[in-house]
Design a protein around this ligand. Structure first.
Ligand code: 0O2
Length: 221
């Protein structure tokens, strides 16, 4: 009896993670299509890089325990919204909002929440646009809507966030005050760099638009 119930729990667990894996595949395909179509129409690619990850069972448990919630599959499904995560790195801040709008326009995606940490950065300086969405997944006998988190950021924001993440893990969350202050300064500098690159890009685009075609040389007789 115990073996049978263990086997059925294992099947349930496999199905649980399969749903998130499928949601990530759906989202990845959507982003790839947007990227290719945008390149074709606008001769420009707003997306630098796309990555996906599944949260490990260990971090899922840590997150739910930290919130003081009893860790059942049902509670995890409802409360942990970033088990499936996709990260899109864009060249410029305005591209972040373009990509976000294109995703929001897709009717099969349900937008649950938008966290704009660019308009309103976190206290530590963290910047990114988070879309918490629900993606429909069609299985053999039913359809499920699965939470997925899409983080959209610039290269500079991504550089800052990945280093800050590493520092926090290294110091076990006990980061000295002066490092916290310097990290925040670095986040402000990253934002400044983003503004500068966007301005330079706009200037170059204007120069390109005003560029006159060189006159055709008279062909020699
Ligand atoms: P990991 O290791 O990246 O998975 P919610 O998802 O809305 O129910 P949560 O998780 O508090 O609640 O939401 P939020 O603020 O959107 O954070 C989700 C994820 O964003 C985090 O997942 C990080 O990936 C990233 N993030 C948020 N704040 C920071 C920050 O200050 N620094 C860095 N480097 N990343 C951040 P996890 O589970 O924390 O981590």
């Amino acid at each position: 009896h115990e073996i049978a119930s263990f086997a059925s729990f294992q099947t349930e667990l496999t199905r649980f993670f399969l749903a998130y894996k499928s949601a990530l595949q759906e989202v990845e395909t959507k982003i790839n299509i947007l990227q290719e179509e945008f390149k074709l129409i606008h001769e420009y690619n707003p997306i630098e890089h796309v990555s996906t990850r599944m949260k490990s069972p260990k971090s899922i448990l840590a997150k739910i325990m930290k919130r003081g919630i009893h860790p059942s599959l049902e509670a995890i499904r409802e409360n942990i919204r970033d088990i499936a995560g996709a990260r899109i790195t864009c060249s410029f801040v305005e591209d972040i909002y373009k990509v976000s709008a294109m995703l929001q326009a897709q009717h099969d995606i349900e937008i649950v929440e938008i966290k704009d940490y660019i308009a309103k950065p976190k206290e530590n300086g963290y910047q990114s646009l988070h879309l918490i969405i629900k993606v429909p997944i069609f299985m053999s006998d039913r359809m499920a809507k699965v939470y997925t988190e899409i983080q959209i950021r610039t290269i500079a924001m991504d550089f800052w966030a990945s280093l800050e993440h590493k520092i926090y893990y290294k110091y076990n969350k006990e980061v000295p005050e002066h490092i916290r202050i310097e990290l925040k300064e670095a986040a402000l500098q990253a934002a400044e760099l983003d503004r500068k690159m966007e301005r330079l890009n706009k200037e170059i685009n204007i120069l390109k638009e005003n560029e006159t075609e060189p006159p055709l040389l008279d062909s020699p007789i």
